[in-house]
Design a binder for this molecule. Structure first.
Ligand code: FES
Length: 110
């Protein structure tokens, strides 16, 4: 199991979740109340699954594909360590991954 820490856009709320290897980060985020729409469900046609990976964790992720890089150009609030959560699958190597919601996202967890 891989632990992921989700941080709200303003940093005021943290949710820790655990997913099995092979779980898509987008699915884990949505199952734990994170405000990622993921409208195209991973078809890389929306960029509404954008997250900002903690700088210390960014190098642990496999590199983004050219298609992912292109879609990030359309995402709101992109940072240097931005990724699409629909393109990240959990592995043991990603344990304790930390991601922040982009600015402008709305916390749905209340
Ligand atoms: S869910 Fe649409 S690009 Fe990730």
């Amino acid at each position: 199991m891989t632990k992921v820490r989700f941080i709200s856009a303003d940093g005021s709320k943290t949710v820790e979740a655990t997913g099995a290897a092979g779980t898509r980060l987008l699915d884990l985020a949505q199952a734990n109340g994170q405000p990622l729409e993921g409208t195209c469900e991973g078809a890389m046609a929306c960029s509404t699954c954008h997250v900002i990976v903690a700088p210390a964790d960014f190098a642990r992720l496999p590199p983004a594909s050219a298609d992912e890089e292109d879609m990030l150009d359309f995402a709101y609030g992109v940072g240097r360590t931005s990724r699409l959560a629909c393109q990240i699958w959990l592995t043991a190597d990603l344990d304790s991954l930390e991601v922040r919601m982009p600015s402008g996202s709305t916390d749905m967890s209340g």
